[in-house]
Design a protein around this ligand. Sequence first.
Ligand code: ADP
Length: 371
Amino acid sequence: MKILVLNAGSSSQKSCLYEIMADQLPEQPAEPLWQAQIDWTHQPGKAELQVKTAKAELKESIAFESRSPVMSYMLSTLWSGVTQVIADAQEINGVGHRVVHGGQNYRNSVRVTPEVKAAIAGLVDRAPVHNPVNLRGIEVIEEILGNVPQVAVFDTAFHAQIPDAAALYPVPYEWIEQGIRRYGFHGTSHRYCAQKTAQILGKDLKDLKIVTCHLGNGCSLAAIREGRSVNTTMGFTPLDGLMMGNRSGSIDPSILIYLLRQGYPINKLDHLLNQASGLLGVSGVSNDMRLVTAAAEQGNYRAKLAIDIYIHRLQALIGEMIATLNGLDALVFTAGVGENAAEIRAAACQNFSYMGIKLDPEKIPIAHEIR
Ligand code: ADP
């Protein structure tokens, strides 16, 4: 089967085409035939497209007003131009979508139906940055590929079994009964990283205590024991936990009450916490770690402060995850910042030298242009 996978993140759209053989184990995915990434936010009004196959690479800057035409163009590079890997769109047998919030009803992957689309739309208020673009991705595929089977893979599913002590907030019990609890996100990424770690270490996942650090534009940690998520930093929505590219992460909830009493409109608070906080809000430079780091290196005080807060919170919450696990066999980094920013990884590890985490300076990191 040829399966197209779409991952609409908050700042990027990543896609791969995989050819899956009948005898292939799910935990040993093959290299993709085609990989593409669109970066929405690097330059305003422009989307940066990178496409890579075994034989060719394509890099283009595209005028960007709405996502759909850019995504259509990206998909057309599958069957035309230098990166062509299939004769036409009909060769695609199925499409898998990362969908951020599946709520309480979707704890496993499901085939997309009108009801599933309605459920994803119904959860937009709980994942306002992601669920709308995930839904848009499903619709773009319907427009281009017609009736191809589509599957929604929910970020929340991997965390569905987090014990109540970690999943529930200490709030009035009626709130808990309404479904207000920690759902956790980036589950597909955390699960994959745990499996890959066991493979690399040559150990059984059941014997490992792992903390996975997904540091992209959105950031979250997971504490994984016996292959299961037992704690994570994102919560009821993807706003909880670590400081992120443009999200605040956890703040004292009374700050909101204080600002509401000052007359701040709810939508403005929503926007400020989800879009104008984090690295962008503190530094005033960007939500992109590359630009914030460059500004800090040139002596920009607010950029340096933003990185200091980012690292402080990362260390503190890694500590929380280790405490939940009562030990650690592997600390794993992934996503844009985790994969590429060696200095952030080093800073995160610094306060765990007491546990025996040591960095090997000989192992020079390789920066991946496409992930
Ligand atoms: P998302 O999926 O949440 O959109 P990604 O995992 O694609 O996020 O990560 C995007 C972020 O990764 C960028 O905003 C940028 O901050 C960071 N990033 C990418 N490359 C680098 C790099 N070479 N050095 C530091 N940060 C990087």
